[in-house]
Design a binder for this molecule. Structure first.
Ligand code: RB5
Length: 143
């Protein structure tokens, strides 16, 4: 499907993360798992910052972060310079966040989106290329 990505979650996103890893690996996408690995309560900013730093450094081009709503992960990830994290719960936003915003982190909420929708969102998000041109100018203005 695409280049190797990094994925992370907190306890509230663990089930969906495991399902997405299976789905992506079965669809030819290599995935590195940054944790968390158990249902024990943990703090989403720690995982968000680890994944965001690895994307911002260029170690990975894209990452996926999952928590209960996707919101906490996106707020935390967007604190890292160079990160454009988008919370997505529909396929149109998945596509547009790549086409127009060059989002480099996809945030999902396990308590918000079902498994099948999350798979569709991830597949579309990973395969959609940034349009560049006027959108690149705007994205550069963010930095
Ligand atoms: C954990 O209960 C929950 O607050 C977290 O997963 C996330 O939804 C925060 O935005």
């Amino acid at each position: 499907m695409t280049e190797k990505i990094i994925i992370g979650c907190d306890h509230a996103g663990l089930n969906l993360k495991n399902k997405l890893i299976n789905f992506l690996e079965n669809n030819n996408t290599e995935v590195d798992d940054a944790g968390t690995y158990t249902k024990d309560s943990c703090d989403y900013p720690l995982i968000a910052h680890e994944v965001a730093q690895k994307v911002a450094s260029g170690e990975y081009k894209k990452g996926i972060l999952i928590c209960g709503t996707g919101i906490g992960m996106s707020i935390a990830a967007n604190k890292i310079k160079g990160i454009r994290a988008a919370v997505v719960s529909d396929t149109c936003s998945a596509k547009m966040s790549r086409l127009h915003n060059d989002a480099n982190i996809l945030c999902l909420g396990e308590r918000i989106v079902g498994e099948e929708l999350a798979k569709d969102i991830a597949e579309i998000w990973l395969k959609t290329e940034f349009l560049g041109e006027r959108h690149a100018r705007r994205v550069n203005m963010i930095e």
